[in-house]
Design a binder for this molecule. Structure first.
Ligand code: XMP
Length: 516
């Protein structure tokens, strides 16, 4: 089967990952590379189409990234989006200027739906705009195929040479007809057939892993999260008992979580592999004793995690490969990563230094999260694991404000279990209503209450539930009042040490999703 590939050249736009996602939703494999990818490599890759992304620059700035002029002579169809559209206009002889008014947000856009890029579009629809520069004059050979009230060239094309450009962002959900544009581009214009399937990904990857590993041994740090679990299942299918999974239970997991991971991956579980569980709760509580500063807590948990993992790995002896559940957004982000550190994330980039291995294997490196989930389901992982909500590497350690100890962990585990049970029930009754992430945290605040005839002086639990699509920004979920009060009643009645329940209704920003 021919490996179809579409190349996304990244000019620094904030939606570059989304573009790749949309192409893959058309079942066409797609990779994101930097806009300065050498032409030789592009030729070698032989993509069936190239997409130039948006970006923050202006084409006239000398420092702005431009495309290699020869890109336009490869005979490969090119779609420019936003800044990518302006690059096409500018480098092929059109004129780009600063618009008198910036266009931002949902914008009524009229397109010529007789051209292949806009096949089956309705003529006037809403598209998402975000630009200050605009294409004033199209290059020779181009015709205008779309406009808005403020933007005379919202789309243009030179069909003969395979050049297409849109000023708006078809990749965001606010562009009503956006998905059709990607289908038209990859199928009708680039001639792709759409043969990228998760089952063929599994077969190919299993073959590659077997070839690479041979008779060797592979070590994987299993956290119970989606990525490392799917990596474990995939590696198990490829090499069975040659895989050792070390699961470090740091005592900061949610209620029963350690046992749940063991039930799936343990020696009586669903997969053929060598499973080692390290119960290190006591060690972590000891290291965290007296520590209250959030970053310090994160650093300790991260460092100890690696220590414990290494100690266990040394007992196994020499391994040939270290496997990791890295996924494509990690790869893309670490390639760009220029943003300020708000919190040091553990399980990103932390590699054990003292484990003796010759190479790293990252079987999910080219997959997006929802593709990872599809692979997990196909490999037989239980749905609750594949669709579990994000859980931070430092676990409950950052959901207990201030010092962490066993008693506090117990309290937050119990409160969180009740909260999740109630929310899950509410979601079952009304599936449209689903926060993206929800959890209970333990504040460091104690206050006075009354229970029976007696005074209490106990902790306050904070409930958090957010709605978000990217976890970069979020709003607090509007949990119905009756559900909230039922949860509060249950928590104060059932969890010893808690006499007050608070709901966190702050957005991100300015708050973050986790409390520390
Ligand atoms: P914040 O608190 O930064 O969280 O708004 C955004 C998302 O990231 C998760 N998170 C982490 N995930 N290791 C992780 O793997 C970490 O150290 C970590 N800290 C926060 C958080 O749960 C939310 O989904």
């Amino acid at each position: 089967m021919e490996k179809e590939n579409v190349l996304v050249l990244d000019f620094g736009g904030q939606y570059n990952q989304l573009i790749a996602r949309r192409v893959r939703e058309c079942h066409v494999y797609c990779e994101v590379h930097s806009s300065d990818m050498p032409l030789d490599e592009i030729r070698k890759m032989a993509p069936k189409g190239i997409i130039l992304t948006g970006g923050p620059n202006s084409v006239y700035d000398d420092a702005s990234p431009h495309a290699d002029q020869e890109l336009f002579s490869l005979g490969i169809p090119i779609l420019g989006i936003c800044y990518g559209a302006q690059i096409l206009a500018y480098q092929l002889g059109g004129k780009v200027s600063t618009a008198p008014v910036s266009e931002y947000g949902k914008t009524e856009t009229v397109v010529d739906n007789s051209v292949s890029l806009f096949k089956s579009w309705i003529e006037t629809s809403v598209a998402w705009m975000s630009h200050t520069d605009y294409i004033e004059t199209v290059p020779p050979g181009f015709k205008v195929t779309g406009h808005t009230g403020n933007c005379p060239v919202a789309a243009m094309q030179d069909e003969e040479h395979g050049f297409y450009a849109v000023q708006f962002h078809p990749e965001v959900v606010h562009t009503d007809e956006g998905m059709k544009l990607f289908r038209n581009f990859v199928y009708d214009i680039c001639g792709c057939t759409g043969n990228w399937e998760m089952s063929s990904f599994i077969d190919t990857t299993v073959g590659q892993i077997r070839e690479k590993v041979g008779e060797g041994r592979v070590l994987l740090g299993l956290s119970g999260g989606v990525d490392s679990s799917v990596a474990a299942a995939l590696l198990s299918k490829a090499i069975g008992k040659q895989l050792t999974c070390v699961f470090v239970d740091h005592g900061l997991l949610r209620k029963n979580e350690g046992d749940e991971v063991e039930a799936v991956f343990g020696n009586n579980g669903l997969f053929e592999l060598d499973f080692i569980r390290v119960n290190a709760a006591g060690h972590f509580y000891e290291k965290l004793s007296g520590i209250t500063e959030p970053e310090q807590k994160r650093k300790i948990i991260g460092a100890e995690f690696i220590n414990v993992f290494e100690t266990e790995a040394k007992k196994i002896g020499k391994v040939d490969f270290l496997a990791q559940g890295t996924i494509y957004p990690d790869v893309i982000e670490s390639g760009l990563g220029k943003s300020a550190t708000i919190k040091s994330h553990h399980n990103v980039g932390g590699l054990p230094e003292h484990v003796d291995f010759k190479e790293i294997i990252e079987p999910l490196r080219m997959l997006f999260k929802d593709e990872v989930r599809q692979v997990g389901l196909k490999l037989g992982l239980p749905e609750h694991l594949v669709y579990r909500q994000p859980f931070p590497g430092p676990g409950l350690g950052i959901r207990i404000i201030g010092e962490v100890n066993e008693e506090k962990v117990k309290i937050v585990q119990e409160a969180d279990a009740i909260y999740r049970e109630e929310i899950d029930r509410a979601i079952k009754d009304d599936p449209d209503w689903k926060p993206s992430q929800y959890y209970a945290a333990l504040t460091n605040m104690r206050s006075v209450g009354v229970m029976g005839d007696g005074r209490t002086y106990d902790y306050a639990v904070a409930l958090r539930a957010v709605i978000t699509s990217d976890f970069m920004t979020a709003t607090a979920a509007p949990i119905p009042w009756d559900i909230l009060t039922r949860i509060a009643d249950r928590i104060v009645n059932e969890v010893k040490g808690v006499n007050r329940v608070l709901y966190d209704c702050t957005s991100k920003p300015p708050a973050t999703i986790e409390l520390e």
